[in-house]
Design a protein around this ligand. Structure first.
Ligand code: HEC
Length: 155
């Protein structure tokens, strides 16, 4: 009987040590993975926040890939990387069209300034939007606008 009990104690100890080693291994594998996915998760959060903020824009802008011209403002699908005033078929104000002709391209920095204060960035443009003054909200919105295009590697 006593032999059995010793065997049992040894067995539990070995199993415990093995279990501990396996767990250690698991966490060691897990931590680099966690740090690799964290920025992606943070970015997804920002895009989601941007999507919510963009509800303020959709009364005037179509934001889908159908690029509807029926709204007050030009459709915004694919806007990042495009020149200002470059959506075919949309009638821009003279001020906005001239900005495009003078070389304004929509990238993170120009959108950041325009969306902060549209009237200051393009004086005389007809977008009736006072601006989004919160830096983080603008960043989130721009991250969202960047997603409004076909995936680069599609097809
Ligand atoms: C009240 C309507 C209205 C709202 C709200 C509005 N816009 Fe606009 N937006 C316009 C109009 C109109 C223009 C065209 C300006 C012109 O031609 O002078 C425009 C132009 C733009 C342009 C330039 C497009 C191009 O092709 O050069 C961008 C970018 C833009 N808006 C982004 C936004 C974003 C992002 C929001 C939400 C935060 C927003 N707008 C909210 C009406 C609006």
């Amino acid at each position: 009987m006593r032999g059995n009990k010793d065997f049992f104690v040894v067995f539990i100890t070995v199993a415990g040590v093995l279990g501990f080693v396996v767990l250690l291994h698991f966490f060691a594998e897990e931590s680099p993975l966690a740090s690799r996915t964290a920025p992606v998760a943070a970015m997804t959060g920002l895009v989601d926040q941007g999507r919510r903020i963009a509800r303020n824009c959709s009364p005037c802008h179509d934001m889908t890939s159908t690029r509807k011209l029926t709204q007050v403002g030009p459709p915004l699908w694919g806007i990042v990387g495009k020149g200002a005033g470059a959506v075919p078929g949309y009638k821009y104000s003279q001020a906005h069209a001239s900005a495009g002709q003078s070389g304004v391209v929509w990238n993170e920095s120009s959108l950041n300034r325009y969306l902060d204060n549209p009237k200051e960035f393009i004086p005389g443009n007809k977008m009736a939007f006072a601006g989004l003054h919160d830096d983080v909200e603008r960043k989130a919105l721009i991250e969202y606008l960047k997603t409004l295009q076909e995936p680069k590697d599609a097809g």
